[in-house]
Each structure stands twice: as structure tokens, then as C-alpha cells.
Design a protein around this ligand. Structure first.
Ligand code: ADP
Ligand code: MG
Length: 865
């Protein structure tokens, strides 16, 4: 139940059906939604035929449904959709507001074929049989819950309820995340204690008297509901009867009377016991009740009987007080409060008619839980109004849920969607590889002239350059018997140089190399150099790469259409630097594959999920139509970020994706696939969804959020923080399991709230949960799309090699993949599903662009030798 429950904003017509001890009560409640505390109520009581309580379950529910039909006909109710709340005062295993399995009957009910079944469904089908197609059972609740809600409406919120009727029960509000059995994890939830069963495991045996044992033995369910049998009005008369019987046998009572009548069950009613304890005319009532049994009580007998009745009723009240005190101290502790101030709704005949019961309840509770100040609020008109309230809230929550689902639905891809995307990727790959079709493919499938992955025999010392990642670096890499050693230096490329002339840019790069060689004392040697150049290139040889376009903020003039190795060599000449031997230009995906390939020879795929996304893999030369030669394999740089640039992914593009796309420098038809997957965009997608939710009043109570209007304010790294799940024991270990496990300390929630706080957003518990759901939806889609792409790749490799099963390793790099808590898990799970005949292992690459470039150079040198 959300924290807005008591806000009286609910409105509309609601139907409530209460199943009671001997009758069914139907109510028509109109909530006005204007903060008015008293709704309009019409009600009717239907007496239940005696045989129904022990008959067939179907007959019981048919009777209830008939009551509903007669009631609606009687008041001439309109035929519009009517939500119904069902008050069902029996032990149920409830997993949702509208799903409750009956655990066991009690209170004299024993209808067949109901235990273990969903009571909501049973009522709904019975209602259909009555042709009441417009009536929906939306909530089921226990009578204690109804009582609590009814009392809440009377004024201050009421968070505990106690019912002492024929049976006894209680309920209280707890944080939903502490209720592990329920599906719900947000907000508050009412817990129905079913405390009538307390003691069924023997814990109460110390306080059970011989009289209690007799009452239990003679009941319809011996051994069960031990607590209830000490408290409920169904049993108090019986307890008194057994005490009287024992005292009469001892000749301490009714001397000279025939006491045989006391051996008959139920001759003394609880109602009589309650009259006898009365201060004023209790003695007279005692005398009359006993005489009615044919006894001849003396005045002393009546006095003793009154004492006995008081002892039994007082004990019942004190036991309830002990139960309440336990609930209070639990609530006080879990809320970490020094003092708990709380309202308790109370209902039931024992409490209602008898001030003495209430007085004992109050004073014993104070005694047992002195740090809790409880106010008992008698329920004025039963559980009906409260039930209507719960039903109304259930309805509103369900409607909001539907709206959220509708909004997020386009982002949730089905298996068929993903298979379709996999097939499209496969088609684009074929087009990209074909000599004639290459020009029309959105996936460029660029040859890299890398023909083999490392075999572990590579040795030597190499230079490497890394341009196009987050930093520009120069490295020296030593590949030796016992592993790879590296030293590197990060250099800044000023924005003016990035966007100046090509000559200035490459001059700057040569200066950095010279500085590095000086520092590393490498001036005298001529080392082979691998150049990681992470921009789309048309490669014409291992050391010949024509720049197709700049990305990532670079725009140096005179470079597009030129061979970047040539540009580097010319700059070296200008700087009179002769110690440079460029042997390979490497894309970062290739570097990633090669660096992992050194540790795992099965690594024949490279994947990047960072600022952007891309992949490469080893393709058969005979399939590569764009390069001469049929022998062996070549690594293909797919440039798959551009997948969909020809419009083939337009169907899965959502409104939010279009909004994000419109704001990018390359709006329209560039990097369509990348814009659904990579770190540069996910935060933006989330931001646009959040704005839409606010506009629909589904988030932050619809309050405008000016800061959320700012582009890129919701960073992709927030998704990682928000989606991290904490373990239940609160020791801070991150657990990567779905469904959610919230730490008892609410750490996860506080994380979300802190992030939103920075954006000047005041998030309630529900808001935080919804924001997290949005993040999960967006990151899961990204991982699944990535998997669909990879599935196309591994399946093609498997077919290429004519294998029934392919075992292959993917080397992966990129902060999004590495830092997001669930991305890799979703990726692998979806890939297993889409490519069941491939066993794919993922290996994180450590410094792929440095190490990888050196290894490409090493493999090339080895081949040349
Ligand atoms: P590049 O791809 O430029 O080499 P990275 O692999 O480091 O760089 O990726 C940078 C991207 O990773 C950024 O777009 C950023 O949004 C994203 N990112 C940074 N930190 C995290 C994180 N903790 N979780 C998810 N994504 C992150
Ligand atoms: Mg990178």
C-alpha cells in the first residue's frame, strides 16, 4: 500500500463484499475525492443459510455473488465498470492485493475445494456466472486490514489494527522491503499477523490451563489456533464452563444443585459471561444465567462465578495486550525510534461492548511497551469503508502501472524482435562483405589486413600509439617469454590541435613520440610501431588506412581521404625523426581482440561498449569480396555502430530514441545502432523517459523538474549506480541477482535518492523504484541489442567453419560493459538464447589499444620472418 493511502484523493464508486460469521454484507461506497472524510455508503446484509458454511466451496461463492447481484439490482446501480473489494477474514497466503490462496478455514467454516485455491479467482468466476461482467474483483483483504483503513479515515493515520470477535487477529504497517514473501518491494505494506495460530507449535504450553486443554479437545480443530482459543468470544464461555465444572466437582460451587448440565457444550454463552462481569447488574445477570441452567446458585456462588468470568475476560484482554506490545516494539525497532506514537484501530464485539476489556488492554499494553504511546480507536462502522479505500488505491495503482507499462512497452524487445534484428545484422554483414553490395551496406565490414591472432610465440619490443580513445597515449611494449611488460605516457591533445590542420595534429603526435622515446631512452633503436587509430578507415593494407571520417570531437583538416600512416611518416620527416617504422594501423576493436587473443587462442572476436560500440571478428578470406585472395582469414572491423543507418532499424526506434537522436551532432541517419547501446546515449534516453513520466504525472508527483531539462545531465554512469543491487545481510557485497533484493538498511534506495537529489529531484520511495525500472529497461535493451548483433557474428562464424557447435571467445573493452552491474549478464543470457549452438566466453581486455597494437605489429613481424 503506497504511502499516499490516507490522503483521501481517491474517488469513484466502489463495491465491497464482506464475508462474516453468519452473513454477507454488501456495500456501495462513493468516495468523493475532495478530502472529505466521510464517503457515501449504502449497505445491505444477507443472512447466510446454515448449510453453506460446511458445504461446497462453489455454493459459498455462488451465494456471495448472488448477494452482489441482488444488491446491485436493488439499488438500481448503473452498468459501468465496478471495482469490488472482498473482505475475507481467513488465513490466506497473499502475494498481491488481488491474489490470495486460502491456507485454512476457521471460525466454523469448512467448505470443500477452497483451501489452496485463489479466493479472488473463485469469487470472480462466481460473479461471471451471475452475468455481472462489469464487476472486477480488484482487491482482497482481511477484516483487520479493513478495520485499520476505516480507522485511518477517521483522522490521523492508523497503522495497527486489532480484531477481537469470535476469533482474534491483528495487522500492522511494515516497510514492504522487509516483507520477503510479497512481490511488492516498494512503499509500505500491511502485514496480517494471523496471530490466532500463535502457540500451535507448543510455545504457549506453559500458560495453558487444564480448562483450555478441555476447550481445545472439544473444538472442531484440536491443537490449532491456540492463541485464538484463549481470546476469541467463541471460546470464553466454554472456558468459564470448564472452570465451573471443576469447582463444582470439588464441591466449591453449587452445593446441592444437579451440575450435570455443565457437562454440555456451549450451554454458557460468551455474551452471558460479558454481562456477568458488569459492575452494576452483573450479579443479577449471573444469578439469572445460572438459574436458566437449572442450577440453584447461592449469593456466594454468583459472586465467585462473576470473579471467574472476570479472570477469563481479563486474561483474554491481557493476552491481546501482550501481542500488541510485541508488534509495537517491533515497529519501534525497525523504524529506529526512541518513542513510538501510534493509533490502533480496534473492532469486534468483545472490545466494542465492554469498557473493561478496553481498559485492561490499554493498561497492560502500557506496562509491557512503556516507550510506545498507543491510542485505541474504536472502529465506527466495521471494515467496509476501509475496504473501499484499499480497493480504490488498488485501482489507482493498477491504472498507473498500466500507464507506465504502456510508456515503456516499445523499449521492451521480444525474442522475435531480437531474432529479427539478428537476421537483419546478418544480411547487412553479407552486403558489407560483398564487393558490389558493399557500397549499400550500413555495416561497412572493413578489412583490417590482420590475418591471424597471436599464437604465443611472438617476442620483441614494440612502440604503440593510441589515438581516438579517451586519452592519447604513447607506449613501449615488451613481449617476452614470461609475459607482456608495458610503459606508457599520456599526452594531451589540445582542442585547438584536434580541430586545426592535419599537419599540426600529426606534428604534435611526432613530438609526443620523441618526448616519450627520450624519456624511455629509446632514441637509438628503430622499433616496429603499431598505431591504434579508432576512427573509421578504409584499410588498403596493414600499414595503409584511409580515413573515412572523423568522430569524437576531431575535425583536423586535410586528413579525410588520406592514408593516416602516410600523414604520420610525413610529419616524422618534417621533424627529422628517422627512428620510426609503422608496421600496422589497428582499430581499437582489433586491439581488444588481439590483446585477449594473447591469453586465449580462441579469442577471435573483439567488442567495445564504451562511448561508442563496435565489433570485429575473424572472417574467411573467401567470403571477403573486397580484398583479393582466398586463403586463410582476415579480421573484419564491422563498424556496427552504423547498423540501421539505411533505415532497417526504424521499427524499433522509439519516440525517446528519436528525441535523443535529434539532439546529436550527427542527427538523422548516423550511428543508429550505437545510439541505442553505447555510453554516450543511454543516460540521455533515460532522461527523456523520465521527463515523459513527469509530464504524465507518474513521477515526482508531476512536479516540473527544470534541471532534468538539461542535456546530458543524467549520466550513463548513474545507471550503474542505480542498478546496483545490495545483498540482504547488509554487509555491502554487491549481488548481481534478479529479482531485487533490497538491503535491510535501504542503502540501494538512498543511492537512488542521492543521485536524484543532485538533480534537485525529491524522490519518494515509489519514485526511486520507478526511476530504477526505467534505467533497467534502457540498459537491458542495450545489452540485448548487442547480443543480437553478436549472435549474427557467432552464427556466421559457426556456419563458415561447418561446425555443429562453435566455441569462441570475445575480448571486450569499454567502461559501460565493465562497470555496469548487469550489462554483461543480460548480454550473455540473451546471446545464449539467440545462438544456442555457440558457446561464447567473454574475456575483459586490459589495455587493448596499447597491448593490442603491439601484438598486431608482433604477429605481422612474425609472419614476415
Ligand atoms: P572510450 O569508449 O572513449 O574509449 P570508455 O570505454 O571509458 O571510453 O567509455 C566511456 C563511456 O562510458 C562514457 O560514455 C560514459 O558515459 C560511460 N561510463 C563511464 N562510467 C560509467 C559507469 N560507471 N557505468 C556505465 N557507464 C559508464
Ligand atoms: Mg576505448
Amino acid at each position: 500500500l503506497p504511502d499516499t493511502l490516507c490522503s483521501s484523493v481517491e474517488k469513484g464508486d466502489l463495491l465491497v463484499v464482506e464475508l462474516c460469521q453468519s452473513h454477507v454484507r454488501t456495500l456501495w461506497v462513493t468516495l468523493l475525492g475532495d478530502g472529505n472524510q466521510s464517503p457515501q455508503v449504502m449497505d445491505k446484509i444477507f443472512d447466510m443459510p446454515g448449510n453453506i458454511m460446511q458445504g461446497k466451496g462453489e455454493a459459498l461463492f455462488d451465494f456471495v455473488a448472488q448477494c452482489v447481484r441482488q444488491f446491485l439490482a436493488g439499488i438500481g446501480a448503473p452498468q459501468h465498470r465496478l471495482p469490488l473489494g472482498f473482505v475475507f477474514p481467513f488465513s490466506c497466503r497473499q502475494t498481491r492485493l488481488d491474489k490470495a490462496e486460502l491456507i485454512s478455514w476457521s471460525k466454523g467454516f469448512s467448505c470443500s475445494d477452497v483451501e489452496g485455491k485463489d479466493v479472488v479467482q473463485l469469487l470472480q468466476s462466481a460473479i461471471k456466472k451471475q452475468k455481472l461482467y462489469h464487476v472486477d474483483v480488484v482487491a482482497l483483504m482481511n477484516d483487520t486490514v479493513g478495520t485499520m483503513m476505516t480507522c485511518s479515515m477517521a483522522g490521523k493515520p492508523c497503522e495497527v489494527a486489532l480484531v477481537v470477535d469470535t476469533g482474534t487477529n491483528s495487522c500492522f504497517m511494515a516497510k514492504a522491503q522487509q516483507v520477503e514473501m510479497a512481490e511488492e518491494t516498494s512503499g509500505e505494506m500491511c502485514v496480517n499477523t494471523e496471530w490466532g495460530c500463535f502457540g500451535d507449535d507448543g510455545t504457549l504450553s506453559d500458560i495453558l490451563t487444564p480448562y483450555d486443554q478441555h476447550v481445545d479437545q472439544e473444538s472442531s480443530n484440536p491443537g490449532e489456533k491456540r492463541f485464538e482459543k484463549l481470546v476469541g468470544s467463541l471460546y470464553l464461555g466454554e472456558i468459564v464452563r470448564h472452570v465451573l465444572m471443576a469447582l463444582a466437582a470439588e464441591k466449591a460451587l453449587f452445593i446441592g444443585s444437579n451440575v450435570a448440565v455443565l457437562g454440555t457444550k456451549d450451554v454458557l454463552k460468551t455474551q452471558q459471561v460479558l454481562e456477568i462481569i458488569d459492575n452494576e447488574d452483573g450479579m443479577a445477570k449471573a444469578s439469572r444465567a445460572l438459574e436458566a441452567l437449572g442450577l440453584r446458585p447461592s449469593e456466594r456462588d454468583c459472586c465467585r462465578v462473576q470473579q471467574i468470568c472476570r479472570a477469563v475476560v481479563s486474561r483474554a484482554a491481557a493476552l491481546c495486550a501482550a501481542g500488541l506490545a510485541a508488534i509495537f516494539s517491533h515497529m519501534r525497532q525497525s523504524r529506529e525510534l526512541e518513542h513510538l506514537v501510534i493509533n490502533v484501530g480496534v473492532d469486534g464485539e468483545l472490545y466494542r461492548g465492554h469498557t473493561r476489556f478496553g481498559e485492561i488492554l490499554q493498561s497492560v499494553t502500557r506496562l509491557l511497551a512503556p516507550e510506545c504511546m498507543a491510542t485505541l480507536l474504536p472502529s465506527v462502522d466495521g471494515t467496509g469503508r476501509g475496504a473501499a479505500m484499499v480497493t480504490a488505491v488498488a485501482l489507482r495503482v493498477a491504472a498507473q502501472r498500466r500507464e507506465v507499462d504502456q510508456l515503456l512497452a516499445p523499449l521492451r524487445l521480444s525474442r522475435a524482435d531480437l531474432q529479427h534484428i539478428q537476421a537483419l545484422m546478418r544480411r547487412e554483414m553479407e552486403l558489407g562483405l560483398g564487393r558490389e553490395s558493399n557500397a549499400n551496406a550500413s555495416v561497412r565490414m572493413l578489412p583490417t589486413y590482420v590475418r591471424g591472432t597471436p599464437d604465443g610465440t611472438e617476442r620483441g619490443e614494440f612502440l604503440a600509439l593510441d589515438l581516438g580513445g579517451t586519452n592519447f597515449r604513447v607506449l613501449v611494449v615488451r613481449v617476452e617469454q614470461d609475459g607482456i611488460r608495458m610503459a606508457s605516457e599520456i599526452y594531451v591533445i589540445p582542442t585547438a590541435v584536434m580541430q586545426g590542420t592535419g599537419e599540426a595534429l600529426f606534428d604534435h603526435i611526432i613530438e609526443c613520440i620523441m618526448d616519450f622515446q627520450l624519456k624511455q631512452n629509446l632514441m637509438k633503436q628503430v622499433l616496429p610501431l603499431g598505431f591504434t587509430f579508432s576512427f573509421p578507415c578504409q584499410q588498403l593494407g596493414l600499414d595503409k588506412a584511409v580515413l573515412l571520417s572523423w568522430t569524437k570531437g576531431f575535425s583536423a583538416s586535410g586528413c579525410v581521404g588520406q592514408d593516416v600512416v602516410q600523414l604520420l611518416r610525413e610529419a616524422a620527416q618534417r621533424k627529422q625523426h628517422s627512428g620510426l617504422k609503422v608496421v600496422a594501423v589497428v582499430n581499437d576493436t582489433v586491439g581488444t581482440m588481439m590483446s585477449c587473443g594473447y591469453d586465449d587462442p580462441k579469442c577471435e572476436i573483439g567488442l567495445i561498449v564504451g562511448t561508442g560500440t563496435n565489433a570485429c571478428y575473424m572472417e574467411e578470406m573467401q567470403n571477403v569480396g573486397t580484398v583479393e585472395g582466398e586463403q586463410g582469414r582476415m579480421c573484419i572491423n564491422m563498424e556496427w555502430g552504423a547498423f540501421g543507418d539505411n533505415g532497417c532499424l526504424d521499427d524499433i526506434f522509439t519516440h525517446f530514441d528519436r528525441l535523443v537522436d535529434e539532439k546529436t551532432i550527427n542527427a538523422g541517419k548516423q550511428s543508429r545502432f550505437e545510439k541505442l547501446i553505447s555510453g554516450m546515449y543511454l543516460g540521455e534516453i533515460v532522461r527523456h523517459i523520465l521527463l515523459a513520466l513527469v509530464e504524465k504525472q507518474l513521477l515526482f508527483r508531476g512536479k516540473p523538474c527544470p534541471k532534468l531539462q538539461t542535456r546530458d545531465i543524467f549520466q550513463t554512469k548513474f545507471l550503474s549506480t542505480i542498478e546496483i543491487l545490495w545483498d540482504g545481510d547488509g554487509d555491502g557485497d554487491v549481488v548481481l541477482t534478479v529479482p531485487l533484493v533490497w538491503g535491510s538498511d535501504g542503502l540501494a534506495l538512498r543511492q537512488v535518492q542521492a543521485i536524484l537529489q543532485d538533480l534537485e529531484l525529491q524522490a519518494s520511495f515509489e519514485d526511486s523504484v520507478l526511476v530504477r525500472e526505467v534505467c533497467q529497461t534502457v540498459s537491458q535493451r542495450a545489452a540485448q541489442l548487442c547480443a543480437a548483433g553478436l549472435a549474427a557474428v557467432v552464427e556466421k562464424m559457426r556456419e563458415n567453419r561447418g561446425l555443429a557447435r562453435l566455441a569462441v571467445t570475445v575480448g571486450v573493452d569499454g567502461t559501460l560493459y565493465k562497470m555496469h552491474p548487469l550489462f554483461s549478464q543480460h548480454l550473455q543470457q540473451t546471446l545464449r538464447d539467440l545462438a544456442p549452438n555457440c558457446t561464447v566466453t567473454f574475456l575483459r581486455s586490459e589495455d587493448g589499444s596499447g597491448k593490442g597494437a603491439a601484438l598486431v605489429a608482433a604477429v605481422a613481424c612474425r609472419a614476415a620472418e
